[in-house]
Ligand binder design. Structure first.
Ligand SMILES: [Zn+2]
Length: 252
């Protein structure tokens, strides 16, 4: 398969699923978890900041870390990759109706929503909400510049934890099921900016392949998925999406 064939399939597909990873947010300057570990935080192992055990030991420290990452995210803006995906979503929904487009993300920054996408399936939760430790209620965090953690649940008054999936925790089951369903039904699955080394990105791509779907990967580097993908584009998210979507608007 070549670029123009991939673009043409994307253009005509009636059901599209997109999985995004850190590479999509990198172009907004969002540091990865490890890249964000500078200064004071450099001496911690990731699991010392992002695990139920760490939170149990020192909730204030863990909240300090997440409050900092929340401020980073709110200071960033969505990039052209995010807006191209929002545009693709609008186009597919307009042409083929509800169910024609599903966005799944491993990112926790909320940038897809801010770029105009419908709420994506967030496999790893998000940095923009707190989750009540007592009643599970989700609530947006206060404005980043005035936020002093921990937030208090507006329903039961309980302490809230960051609404992200930590090391040693399961992915949210309902979100994973919806993602699996979308990959099963997809005519075209786009896998963008994820190393495909961490479950479930590669496994979901395989679900689409086994069901006869076309899997298009966009990544500047080769990944474990590259050899199995129907087509793999060595490009950043923005370059890759621009190429696929520009080609696909040409007459067939
Ligand atoms: Zn509560």
């Amino acid at each position: 398969m070549n670029l123009s064939e991939a673009a043409s399939l994307l253009h005509s597909a009636r059901r599209v699923v997109v999985m995004t990873g850190a590479g999509v947010s990198a172009e907004s300057g969002i540091p990865t978890f490890r890249d964000a570990q500078t200064g004071h935080w450099a001496r911690f192992k990731p699991e010392d900041l992002a695990s139920p055990e760490a939170y149990w030991r020192d909730p204030e420290m863990v909240w300090d870390w997440y409050a900092g990452r929340y401020r980073d995210v709110m200071a960033a803006t969505p990039n052209r990759g995010h807006t191209l995906l929002a545009e693709l979503e609008r186009r597919k929904l307009a042409e083929h109706g509800e169910g024609a487009f599903t966005l799944v993300t491993q990112n926790v920054d909320g940038l897809h929503l801010r770029a105009g996408s419908r709420p994506p399936l967030e496999l790893h939760g998000n940095l923009t909400h707190g989750r009540c430790e007592t009643c599970e209620h989700l609530q947006p965090l206060p404005k980043a510049d005035s936020f002093t953690p921990p937030p208090t649940c507006e329903v039961c008054g309980g302490r809230m934890r960051p609404n992200v999936v930590w090391f040693g925790e399961m992915l949210p089951e309902d979100v994973l099921e919806d993602a699996q369903f979308a990959f099963e039904r997809a005519e075209v699955a786009l896998v963008i900016g994820t190393s495909s080394q961490v479950y479930p990105a590669a496994a979901l791509a395989d679900v689409a392949l086994h069901r006869g779907g076309t899997v298009i990967e966009i990544n500047p580097d080769t990944t474990p998925l590259t050899r199995r993908a129907s087509f793999s584009l060595r490009a950043t998210a923005i370059e890759g999406l621009a190429a696929l979507m520009a080609e696909s608007s040409e007459p067939e």
